[in-house]
Design a protein around this ligand. Structure first.
Ligand SMILES: [Mg+2]
Length: 576
């Protein structure tokens, strides 16, 4: 059912600003697409129109949540008009009361259910590792692991730039980075100054709209946007915050908006974004962040023996390796030396692990430009004028383009896999070029650990029962008056559903919830992009060490939301 719905949707993407950062799965004829998909999915059971009414179907993808024509039977749900008797409501009430007693205890079976591996590889599209002969890697947040201090540093340097260079009020220097506030994959509305978390339909999450640091209520969202669904008029003003500075960027934007709002200053929300983005770009391009990291590598970088083992294993298997990064070579060289060289042995350099090293590649422009490569002189810090027609292992190259890269190396499409953390710079471009892609998402590990926790699964199973009962009550009352007994049961069930969802959400980020999920258990917009652009995703490249090189990686046959999500059935509570 889910796949049918998913496939029926026709997303349109918005290419927005100059940095390619604003891409959003956008609006379409939602009701039409869903109806068409459901008709196809349910086949002969559903006539072409009329018999749909309940939007809870969209939230739960449960056939019991349909209220179809009389006399239908679907997956065990009785839709006979006679079932709308008060007795039926009493039966559901009794089931609910029985379930509530069971909710007091965590079912023993819950503890025995399999958990997902936080360091697993999760598969969107089949991937046969044997067929891969070339492995490419991004550097920042892919091969390099940073500590949390890095976001604090970026935030700190950017706010100083805003005050000292862009003449923001000195009071902005009091701001502190709050790691608990942002998640990856938010959107900033340049017109209204709001940070938004969207689902894969392009709708604002009920609890996912902040103006500054203040969460807006549902009524405020509706007043501001008219509806939770982002329409065309608003799409143009959105920028996606999905790269590795998005955490400090989102936090700084929110802090400034809040500060200006509290001070009752008149300001244009689009300039706040322009200035913060400029400040963050500046602290990187000027080398401020790079120099600070290299000055205190122990504070910012994480040494990594397993990634050395992974790269060495690939070399031993005869694979070709290349590094393709936007960072300057001195920064990459310093970081790789610190992180890896204790473990390489024989006094060897990290450079010996790679067949080609390309720095300052200017991704994503790299993928569709025709810039030539230039050979970089490490000693003199200069670029050569001579044309590059070979990419040699003992040289370092700057700039270039995918077109030149393919012409010189002859490394073709699906034999190449590229590992990266940035949706648009590392995944979308290579995917379009026919390379296979592996998304590196560090947050995945923590999110899976939360999903594996007893408290989360307990709420999941409980929610499942509530949704089942809601499905029954919606399916039962079709033609009768919705009397008080019905209303009070429906209200109680809805309240219980909200409590479950809130409890599950609170286990993740306290402001925006989970990165991959919305509060209603749908794919977030970020998850949608991962689904679309990454063949596989995992928390770190070295997780591949656990998979034999001849493995054939398949998506799970019963994907519920994303491949790393699990189903926890409500029946665990029955009879416990
Ligand atoms: Mg990166």
């Amino acid at each position: 059912m889910y796949e049918a719905v998913f496939l029926a949707l026709h997303f349109r993407q918005l290419r927005a600003d100059d940095k390619n950062k604003s891409v959003l799965p956008l609006s379409f004829s939602l009701s039409f697409a869903l109806m068409a998909a459901l008709r196809r999915s349910l086949g002969v059971f559903l006539p072409a129109s009329k018999h749909f009414l309940n939007s809870s179907l969209l939230a739960n993808a449960n056939p019991c949540h349909l209220t179809p024509a009389r006399g239908f039977k679907l997956d065990g749900c009785n839709f006979d008009a006679d079932s709308s008797s008060p007795d039926e409501i009493t039966k559901i009430r009794n089931e609910f009361e029985e379930a509530k007693k069971n909710f007091l205890n965590i079912p023993a079976a819950l503890k025995e259910m399999p958990t997902m591996n936080p360091e697993g590889i999760y598969v969107n599209k089949n991937l046969k590792l044997d067929d891969l002969h070339v492995y490419g890697f991004d550097y920042d947040y892919t091969l390099s692991h940073y500590s949390e201090h890095l976001q604090v540093l970026i935030y700190y340097l950017a706010k100083k730039h805003l005050v000292h260079e862009l003449k923001y009020p000195d009071s902005c220097l009091q701001f502190e980075y709050d790691s608990k506030f942002p998640v990856r994959g938010l959107y900033y509305d340049r017109q209204k100054g709001c940070l938004l978390k969207l689902d894969f339909f392009g709708s604002i999450e009920t609890d996912g709209c902040f103006h500054g640091r203040r969460k807006l209520t549902l009524d405020e969202i509706k007043e501001l946007y008219g509806t939770r669904h982002i329409g065309r008029n608003h799409q143009r003003g959105l920028v996606a915050l999905m790269d590795f500075f998005c955490f400090s960027e989102a936090c700084l934007i929110a802090d400034i908006i809040q500060h200006f709002t509290d001070a009752k200053l008149d300001f244009d929300a689009s300039y706040v974004y322009e200035d913060v983005n400029h400040a963050i770009q500046h602290v990187h391009r000027s080398g401020l962040v790079h120099r600070q990291i290299l000055a205190e590598p122990h504070k910012f970088l994480v040494k990594n023996e397993r990634v050395v083992q992974f790269l060495q294993m690939l070399k031993e298997k005869g694979k070709k390796l290349f590094l393709l990064t936007n960072s300057p070579f001195y920064f990459v060289d310093g970081g790789m030396h610190y992180m890896l060289e204790d473990y390489i042995g024989n006094g060897s350099s990290w450079r010996e692990l790679f067949d080609v090293v390309i720095a300052q590649a200017n991704k994503p422009t790299f993928y569709n430009s025709e810039y030539p490569f230039r050979c970089y002189d490490i000693e003199k810090d200069t670029l050569a004028f001579t044309p590059v027609d070979k990419l040699l292992p003992n040289e370092v190259y700057y700039h270039g383009s995918l077109k030149s890269f393919l012409q010189i190396t002859k490394w073709k499409g699906p034999e190449v896999i590229y590992f990266g953390d940035h949706l648009f710079s590392d995944l979308r471009g290579p995917a379009k070029a026919g390379w296979r892609t592996a998304a590196i998402i560090h947050e995945l590990e923590d999110e899976i650990k939360i999903q594996n926790s007893e408290s989360y699964r307990f709420q999941q199973a409980k929610l499942h029962i509530i949704l089942e009962l809601l499905g029954k009550i919606h399916a039962t009352v079709v033609s009768t008056e919705k009397g008080q007994i019905y209303k009070s049961l429906l209200n109680e069930l809805n309240l219980e559903r909200q409590k479950c969802r809130a409890a599950m959400r609170d286990l993740f980020n306290s402001s925006f919830g989970a990165t991959f999920l919305t509060d209603t258990g749908k794919e977030s917009s970020f998850a949608y992009h991962i689904h679309q652009h990454a063949d596989v995703y995992t928390s770190k490249p070295e997780n591949f060490l656990a998979y034999p090189p001849e493995s054939w990686l398949h998506p799970p046959y019963d994907v519920k939301i994303m491949p790393h999500h699990v189903k926890v059935p409500g029946r665990l509570f029955k009879g416990s």
